[in-house]
Design a protein around this ligand. Structure first.
Ligand code: IPM
Ligand code: MN
Length: 353
C-alpha cells in the first residue's frame, strides 16, 4: 500500500526544498519498490494572510486519519507577529500529535565540511534526542503590568515524570542499536533544580539497560565539548530548549544548516520530518537554498515508515555524494537547489544498479 505523505512546504525556501525532497522520495521509491501518495498542503504565512486561518478546524484529526507522515519545509515570516505561525503549525503538530521525540542526527560526512580543526567523520557521529512537548515550550507563560516599569514576565519550564521517562527510554533503546552504546544526559540540574527529575529518571531507566554506558554533561559544558571533543558523544538526551540550542551548534559541526535534519516522532503514529533550518526568506525562489537537510529528513521519514531498504539506499546516496572529493560546501548558493536534488537522484540511481 502506498504511504500517505502530507507535503507542507510552508514559508520562504520551504516549498523549493520540499520539491527536491519529493523528487528524491520518488526516485528512492522506484529503486526500492514502494510508492507514496503525496498530498500538497498550502498552509503557511501566505495562506494565513489570505484567509486568516493557520490550520482549518480538525486538521490534527485529518493528519491522524489520512496520513502516515508529514514532510515540512520551513515556517517563519517577518510579516507576522513573532512566533505566531511557528506555534500554529510546527508547535501544533508537535504538541497535538504528541510527537514527543525530536530526533536530530549530527553526522559529519566529509572532513572538508567541518569547521573544527583536525576533526574527521569518525569524530562526529552522534544523535540528539530532544524532548519535544514540554519544558519552556509547554506554553505556560504570562505578563503582569505589561508595558509598565513594574512589568513581570514568567515562563515555566514544565517536566512531567511520564514525559521525561518516555523520551529517556527512547534514547536508551536507540543506543541499544548503535555500536558505542552510550547515552549522555544533557541538563542544567545544578541550577535548574526542577531538572532533578531528569537526573533521577535517567538513573532509574538506565538501570534497565546495563549494556549502555551512562554519561552526563551540563548544557554549558556540553556546548564546549561539542566543539572541543565531539567524539565524546554518541546518543544524547536533553530538554526541549537545550536541545533546540545545542543542535544548531551540532548542525555547524556537521557542515551547516543546509545539511541538518530532524524527525518529530511518536513511534507507530503519524510523525513529522523537517530540516532544522528556518525559512531564510532572503533566498526564496532564487534556487540557492540547500535541499540536503530536507532530503535527509526524507531519509528519516523512510526509516519511520518502515522502508528500511529505501532508508538505507538514501543514506548511502547522501553519504556517497557528500563524502566525495568534488563536493565544495553545503552553504546556500554554492549549488542550485535543483542541482543538489538531481545529484542525490543520480546517486540513488547508481545504487539501484
Ligand atoms: C526548531 C525551531 C523551532 C523550535 C522554532 C521555529 C519554534 O527552531 O525546530 O529547532 O524552537 O523548536
Ligand atoms: Mn531550532
Amino acid at each position: 500500500m502506498a504511504h500517505r505523505v502530507a507535503a507542507l512546504g510552508g514559508d520562504g525556501i520551504g516549498p523549493e526544498v520540499v520539491r527536491e525532497g519529493l523528487k528524491v522520495l520518488a526516485a528512492v521509491g522506484e529503486t526500492a519498490g514502494f510508492t507514496c501518495e503525496v498530498t500538497d498542503l498550502p498552509y503557511g504565512t501566505d495562506h494565513y494572510l489570505e484567509t486568516g486561518v493557520i490550520f482549518p478546524d480538525g486538521m490534527m484529526d485529518t493528519f491522524r486519519r489520512d496520513f502516515d507522515a508529514i514532510l515540512l519545509g520551513a515556517i517563519g515570516d517577518p510579516r507576522v507577529e513573532v512566533g505566531l505561525i511557528e506555534r500554529g503549525i510546527i508547535g501544533a503538530i508537535r504538541w497535538d500529535l504528541d510527537l514527543f521525540v525530536n530526533l536530530r542526527p549530527i553526522k559529519l560526512y566529509n572532513e572538508r565540511l567541518c569547521p573544527l580543526k583536525d576533526k574527521t567523520p569518525k569524530d562526529v557521529d552522534m544523535i540528539f534526542v530532544r524532548e519535544n512537548t514540554e519544558d519552556a515550550y509547554a506554553g505556560m507563560h504570562g505578563f503582569v503590568h505589561k508595558g509598565s516599569p513594574l512589568e513581570v514576565s514568567t515562563q515555566t519550564m514544565v517536566y512531567t515524570r511520564a514525559g521525561v521517562e518516555r523520551v529517556v527510554r527512547y534514547a536508551f533503546e536507540l543506543a541499544m542499536g548503535r555500536e558505542r552504546k552510550q547515552v549522555t544526559l544533557v541538563d542544567k540540574a545544578n541550577a535548574v533544580r526542577a531538572q532533578d527529575l531528569w537526573t533521577r529518571t535517567f538513573a532509574e531507566v538506565g538501570e534497565e539497560y546495563p549494556d549502555i554506558r551512562q554519561d552526563h554533561a551540563y548544557i554549558d559544558a556540553a556546548c564546549m565539548w561539542m566543539v572541543k571533543n565531539p567524539e565524546w558523544f554518541d546518543v544524547a538526551v536533553t530538554t526541549n530548549l537545550f536541545g533546540d540550542i545545542i543542535t544548531d551548534l551540532g548542525a555547524m559541526v556537521q557542515g551547516g544548516m543546509g545539511i541538518a535534519a530532524s524527525g518529530n516522532i511518536h513511534p507507530g503514529q503519524v510523525s513529522m520530518f523537517e530540516s532544522i533550518h528556518g525559512s531564510a526568506p532572503k533566498y526564496k525562489d532564487q534556487n540557492k537554498a540547500n535541499p540536503i537537510a530536507t532530503i535527509a529528513a526524507v531519509q528519516m521519514m523512510l526509516a519511520h515508515l518502515g522502508e528500511e531498504d529505501g532508508a538505507r539506499i538514501l543514506d548511502n546516496a547522501l553519504s556517497n555524494l557528500l563524502s566525495g572529493d568534488d563536493i565544495k560546501s553545503m552553504n546556500a548558493g554554492v549549488y542550485g537547489t535543483d542541482e543538489l536534488g538531481d545529484m542525490v537522484v543520480t546517486e540513488v540511481h547508481k545504487l539501484g544498479g
